[in-house]
Design a protein around this ligand. Structure first.
Ligand code: AMP
Length: 541
């Protein structure tokens, strides 16, 4: 028997619904972008007009109906124009991480088949030398963000403002199916090449509704929201959709990412909500401490938020840090640390310990822990640890064009590669990760790539690279090296050998010479043993 169906309208959840809402109801709300010449002021109304013209620019450039449009840019109003102008015309926004190395950048542009890349002038020198390796890119549109870098005299190079001034505004509404892809973001938080996560209009809208809700970031019409988390990494944690959806004013730091500049911007612009990785808040603490400000929530995630950092904010800035957990694969916000009513009367030490957890899944996401490699669920007793798996309408089902990469279990849960415990209410406590990676300042370093590079040295018998805690960066790589019998090697020689092979921020902070890399019963490197052996390793900076 057919079930009785509801009689409600079936209106698709597409990004142009957010665009239209903010255009119609919040046009007078300010948008501010910082720059070398000071803040540039605008409104959602002006932004909406430019965003519609951007649709016209994409037509002028001949970008295909579902063409991929790359962005290589800081957080700015222009980037927000791309966040809507691209998907609202049916194309797919591909945010390129400016911290990828050259080979990775070429790889993701070619894998995503980007037809055009919009690039901030300040970061043009990172992209332009690679342009001939990017086989599908036909145009590079330069957005002049006050950088002084020379713009190449090349027919492929176009100027954003010139194109926008000449373009006709377009009507949105071409996307009818909410499951159409809206944007893609590659993650290097896996082994091997970066993998593409392909967000749909529906998943983007649903995620933003969770982010905007009180247990999420809780953003409303009275807020001034400043995403410090980059718009080139993990969809800026949904803030580019959540703030416009709520009619909140937006403040963008542009390329002015120095701690002092960020703190001054927060104070001067009356920012009430902001979000970024722990390294950002660590650096900003001395610049915010004791100052008058309007902040009422600071979102933080991407790496564990140390209790000491959150407590220092509570004591010196007047509010603790709100911790969220998630992944590029979960849009990314999946859980958050709003404390339940049962803790209202708890003492500050208990609350600090609770805030150091990764929080409870936001409505829409389910979480479980299992014995790794199985679907056997473990108890929620805060003792048992197992692989964290999640499920929900904004969790990825698979990677873009990566056959053979298993992201989802046979019973439909997404494998996170994080090891966690859950307490009796399902609050997540991340304990470890199975991914052989190091997260430094919110970006990934592949220990396997570093090990292979070190082991290419003729005097090295074997090498393992592990994360050691660091107060500024969260984690930093430590190289544990076994020298071949009869050979000698110094730390300086290992680092000199690595320098031409890896990005400078990947260079291990130190090299420890050990007799043997500990092995598991099946002969694999036991990183766990090395991590606990060096858990107290003195931080370099
Ligand atoms: P990404 O896709 O680059 O955002 O990285 C996601 C990964 O970052 C997660 O799988 C975790 O390993 C780590 N991560 C994110 N948020 C947190 C957090 N609050 N605490 C600990 N680890 C986190």
């Amino acid at each position: 028997m057919r079930p009785m169906l509801g009689l409600m309208q079936d209106v698709p959840l597409t990004l142009d619904t957010i665009f239209r809402h903010v255009e119609q109801h919040h046009g007078d709300v300010p948008i501010v972008t910082n720059g070398p010449g000071g803040p540039v002021r605008s409104t959602y109304a002006a932004w909406a007009d430019r965003t519609r013209r951007l649709g016209g620019v994409l037509d002028t450039l001949g970008v295909s109906a579902d063409g991929r449009v790359g962005t290589f840019a800081w957080n700015s109003q222009r980037h927000l124009e791309l966040y809507y102008g691209v998907p609202c015309t049916g194309r797919v926004l591909h945010t390129l991480n400016i911290r990828l190395f050259p080979e990775q950048l070429t790889y993701v542009v070619n894998h995503g088949e980007d037809e055009v890349v919009f690039v901030d002038r300040t970061v043009l020198p990172l992209l332009w030398p690679l342009i001939d390796t990017m086989t599908t890119v036909r145009h590079v549109v330069v957005m002049d963000d006050g950088g002084t870098n020379e713009v190449p005299d090349d027919p492929r190079v176009r100027d954003y403002e010139t194109l926008l001034a000449a373009a006709e505004p377009v009507a949105f509404g071409v996307v009818r199916d909410e499951n159409t892809a809206a944007s893609m973001c590659y993650t290097s938080g896996t082994t091997g090449n970066p993998k593409g996560v392909l967000y749909s209009h529906r998943s983007t809208v649903l995620h933003a509704m969770a982010v905007v809700s009180p247990n999420g970031f809780g953003i409303g019409v009275h807020d001034v929201a400043m995403p410090v988390v980059p718009m080139f990494h993990a969809n800026a944690w949904g803030l580019a959709q959540a703030a416009p959806m709520a009619g909140a004013a937006m403040v963008f730091p542009g390329a002015m990412m120095q701690p002092q500049a960020l703190a001054d911007l927060i104070v001067a612009e009356g920012v009430t909500f902001t979000a970024g990785v722990p390294t950002i808040w660590q650096g900003m603490l001395p610049h915010l401490a004791g100052r008058e400000h309007q902040l009422r929530k600071i979102g933080c995630g991407g790496s564990a938020v140390p209790a000491a950092l959150s407590e220092a904010y509570r004591e010196q800035v007047g509010l603790p840090i709100y911790q969220a957990w998630g992944m590029t694969e979960t849009h990314p916000v999946a859980s958050g640390g709003t404390l339940a009513r049962r803790y209202d009367d708890a003492d500050e030490a208990t609350k600090a310990a609770l805030r150091a957890r990764q929080g409870v899944p936001l409505f829409g996401v389910q979480a479980r822990i299992v014995t790794a490699g199985t679907t056997d669920e473990l108890p929620w007793d805060d003792v048992a640890t197992g692989e964290l798996q999640v499920r929900g309408p904004w969790c990825a089902a698979s990677y873009y064009e990566e056959p053979g990469t298993e992201l989802t279990t046979e019973d439909g849960w997404m494998k996170t590669g994080d090891i966690a415990a859950l307490d009796e209410f399902g609050s997540i406590r991340i304990a470890d990760r199975t991914k052989d990676l190091i997260k430094s300042g919110g970006e990934w370093i592949s220990s396997v790539d570093l090990e292979n590079a070190i082991m290419a040295h003729p005097a090295v018998a074997e090498a393992a690279v592990v994360a050691v805690p660091n107060p500024t960066w969260g984690e930093r790589p430590l190289a544990c090296v076994v020298v071949k019998p009869g050979e000698t090697l110094t730390e300086a020689q290992v680092l000199d050998h690595l320098r031409p092979l890896v990005a400078s921020w990947w260079l291990p902070d130190a090299v420890e010479f050990i007799d043997e890399v500990p092995k598991t019963s099946v002969g694999k490197f036991s990183k766990k043993d090395l991590r606990s052996r060096f858990a107290e390793y003195p931080a370099k900076s």
